[in-house]
Design a protein around this ligand. Structure first.
Ligand SMILES: NC(=O)c1ccc[n+]([C@@H]2O[C@H](COP(=O)([O-])OP(=O)(O)OC[C@H]3O[C@@H](n4cnc5c(N)ncnc54)[C@H](O)[C@@H]3O)[C@@H](O)[C@H]2O)c1
Ligand SMILES: O=C(O)[C@H](O)COP(=O)(O)O
Length: 525
């Protein structure tokens, strides 16, 4: 039974769903880094929010981990390249808390426009500072959105309802989408110069880090008010403090900080500054949404292989997964066979599908071929890390889909280009379920690929099979299956035999020494 650890506080619905899916679950929010590292090896899945840091070091200790599920959007607390290299799927719930976070941004915009938190503290301390708190209206003001994705779009819609004018800087926003949203797409410099309010809704990346840098803050309109419900690190906090103190920035409301938990921060105590402790997603509705989604997605993956909202693997729905499963098994076997036949000499690989296979999502098939192929480099390779490993090795991968149907109702062919020319293997499914090799190096041969096998290329000549049988018999090696393919009578032939025992180097040398043998390789599936 797979085991999942929930290491951040999460709605109880998550644990209920894991249990209902037959998954054992432990809820241990608030563990220290070392405590988490000490137990992570026991778990197949890790469900987190933003507090748990999934570092390379933690992943190294996570010897059984298959999936990290983020109940929320931002995954900057997960080392995705390290997870991918380890073959761990990372998934998030990209929509579950968008409305809630957009509402928090709007709430902070009002709060900063009318200094609501400051007025609350003053009033409750017995002062009646009616003249101190002179705010501004939102109506008619220009709101500058930096990032117009899921959350930014909802903020835009709400702001238009408040009769604001909305301009947006987002290099990936298409002109059509901007028209749909009712926003004006602008360059960053234009946004900085024109916005009365700026709200940030981008992930933290190398391109967005410090997007409100000291220089860019200086380019903003005097009296601008700034809201950040996206990520700390998008704004230079020290420069923002100075801009608030000088009065260039009239107010700023931040939900997120460079360092979290933000127990101390240069901005704390600065006039015009409002802080919330990363509450953007903290509503009952959003937390129920993301808990349900993450538990369902992780359960699908652990129990059926279905993949939804993964950041390092193509999606595979729970409906597709059972249909694709035998294909992935076949694809992995073909990749493994070609890898074992040609070793590390492959420069590029083509994965062709025809017949029924051509109607399927090709990505999982490609991933499975690469997972088999890349075994020549690493024993720990799987569908998640194989494409990354292939890329790192400079392997060029091509997917080809044929509409034609050949001799088989469904076929997957893998062709590797090597310095000795192209080498290919092909397989089908018997009864839509059982993988079978049907072609090898241009010759028809029909066999299952399993356990320990021996591949022999030889000259098709009388007496060879008898001599091979005797050689194996003398070594007490029992033959399980025996399949022969040949290009033409008396020409080049291939043999694939499964054996019940491990074949040592000495025996392989004796087979190689038999008359007519061109090549011998042990295979393992
Ligand atoms: N405070 C919270 O509790 C909270 C809650 C939810 C999400 N978030 C954060 O909000 C952010 C946005 O979430 P989302 O769901 O809208 O994400 P999204 O992926 O839907 O949208 C992000 C947008 O940023 C744009 N973008 C990317 N690079 C950019 C750049 N260099 N300049 C300008 N725009 C750029 C993208 O094109 C995209 O449209 C994420 O960082 C997420 O982690 C915070
Ligand atoms: O990216 C997100 O989804 C938010 O930052 C929410 O973070 P949280 O789950 O820690 O509240």
């Amino acid at each position: 039974m797979p085991k999942v650890l929930i290491s951040d506080s999460m709605d109880p619905k998550a644990a209920e769903i894991f249990r209902a899916n037959g998954i054992e679950v432990d809820e241990k929010p608030g563990l220290s880094k070392d405590e988490l590292k000490a137990i992570i090896g026991d778990y197949d899945g890790l469900a987190i929010r933003s507090a748990t840091k999934v570092t390379k070091e933690l992943l190294e200790a996570a010897t059984n981990l298959k999936v990290v599920g983020r109940a929320g959007i931002g995954v900057d607390n997960v080392d995705i390249p390290a997870a991918s290299a380890k073959g761990v799927v990372v998934m998030n719930t990209p929509f579950g808390n968008s409305i809630t976070t957009a509402e928090h941004a709007i709430a902070l915009m009002f709060a900063v426009a009318r200094e609501l938190p400051q007025a609350d503290v003053s009033t409750q301390s017995g002062k009646w500072e009616k003249n101190r708190f002179m705010g501004v209206e939102l109506t008619g003001k220009t709101l500058g959105l930096i990032g117009a994705g899921n959350i930014g779009s909802i903020v835009a819609e709400r702001a238009l309802g408040l009769r604001m004018r909305v301009i947006a800087y987002d290099p990936f926003l298409t002109p059509e989408r901007a028209i749909d949203l009712g926003v004006e797409k602008v360059a960053l410099a234009d946004l900085l110069a024109r916005a009365d309010f700026i709200t940030l809704h981008t992930p933290l990346t190398d391109q967005t880090r410090n997007v409100l840098s000291r220089e860019n803050l200086a380019r903003t309109k005097k009296g601008v008010r700034i809201v950040n419900c996206a990520r700390g690190g998008l704004i230079d906090e020290v420069a923002l403090k100075e801009a608030l103190e000088s009065g260039h920035v009239a107010g700023a409301a931040l939900d997120v900080f460079v360092e979290e938990p933000a127990k101390a921060n240069p901005l704390f105590g600065t006039p015009g500054f409002i802080a919330t402790p990363h509450l953007g997603a903290s509503t009952t509705e959003a937390q129920v949404n993301v808990a349900i989604q993450v538990a369902e997605q992780m359960s699908d993956y652990l129990m059926t292989g279905g993949v939804t909202n993964a950041l390092n693997m193509p999606s595979l729905s729970a409906e597709e997964a059972p249909k694709l499963k035998p294909y992935m098994e076949l694809a992995q076997q073909l990749g493994s066979l070609i890898g074992q036949l040609v070793g590390r000499h492959i420069t590029n690989v083509a994965i062709e599908v025809e017949g029924a296979a051509a109607d399927l999502n090709p990505k999982p098939i490609t991933g499975a071929v690469l997972a088999g192929l890349m075994r020549v480099y690493s024993d720990t390779v799987n569908m998640v890390n194989a494409p990354f490993l292939a890329k790192a090795r400079g392997l060029d991968v091509r997917e080809v889909r044929h509409d034609r149907e050949g001799d088989y109702h469904t076929l997957v062919r893998v062709t590797a280009n090597t310095p000795d020319g192209p080498k290919s293997v092909a397989g089908t499914l018997f009864g839509n379920a059982k993988p079978r090799l049907v072609e090898m190096l241009g010759m028809g041969i029909e066999t299952e690929l399993f356990g320990e096998m021996i591949y022999i290329a030889n000259d098709d000549a009388p007496g060879f099979i008898g001599r091979l049988g005797s050689t194996l018999g003398e070594a007490a090696i029992n033959i399980g299956t025996f399949q022969l393919g040949r290009r033409s009578a008396g020409g080049e032939a291939v043999l694939l035999l499964s054996v019940d025992h491990h074949v040592d180097r000495g025996l392989l040398e004796r087979i190689k020494a038999l008359p007519g043998v061109r090549e011998v390789k042990p295979l393992r599936f």
